[in-house]
Design a protein around this ligand. Sequence first.
Ligand code: AKB
Length: 316
Amino acid sequence: MSTILVTGASGQIGSELVRELQQRVGISSVISTDIKPLPLENGTIFKKLDVLDRRKFEELVREYHVEEIYHLAAILSAAAEKNPILAWNINMTGTLNVLDVARVCGVSKVFIPSSIAAFGPSTPLDHTPQTTIQRPNAIYGITKVAGELLGDYYVEKMGVDCRGVRYPGIISYLTPPGGGTTDYAIDMFVSALRKEPYTCYLSPDTSLDMMYMPDALRACIQLMDADSTSLLHHNAFNVTAFQLTPARLAAAIQEYIPSFVCAFESDPVRQAIADSWPNSMDDQAARTEWGWEPRFDLDSMVQDMLQQLPAHLSLF
Ligand code: AKB
């Protein structure tokens, strides 16, 4: 069985990916790392690791004979605008450390996610193609484009099998997201279930691609399992499940919780970021090359969130 190391294991995606990987390869074969401790359950192996600490990173990879790395540690879009230098360091130097440690240690596969943030205002925002103009104007997106190119560079020039998808906003109920522009979707569920009104920081008609966590995990694992000979791309596959606006989500929640009240008051920073991201991505390359297909649409996601989130509400 291969040993897998996950960075950012305490975060929104990392914490759920760790559970999924543990089920696949066994608890003792997954090394969770983060600067923030993970609630330790069922023998989970946790190591405190700052992705900027290359020496410690390399020591861990050698000590555990790591064969795959899933690199989830990142500063998200809204948080990155507040501290661009930190975002550059974590998102760029962290990614470079992952790729280069993978190279020197002979790690067989690396997953590094990109994001819809890798696009910008001059990108065609409807049916955004796999290959198109990428000139993002927020620091998170700038690091994501550079990370995509760095991943390709390590594939082509260094022989590291690095793979990745461009994640849309991810909706989930186990671990709160932190510092993203798409976080409003989760905040809305939390307020509705707490019977509190919610004021959304994006305008009601702001369209963004979104995905439910089970699909986000499947996308990652399916791409990592794909036969490399079927891959024309390696990094930065567009993947999406449905398009959401704050108004559409509020209405979908109100079908189940009619008393839910949602107001709208745009925050200029997050609104500008959201306006520069695609309304809807074309994910045909992922569908053709490795069989990507989402299972959750807006309605099934809303139903499942409203069933699952109440048990975890105290964490939000
Ligand atoms: C964010 O909003 O920053 C993230 C993302 C789309 O990458 N959820």
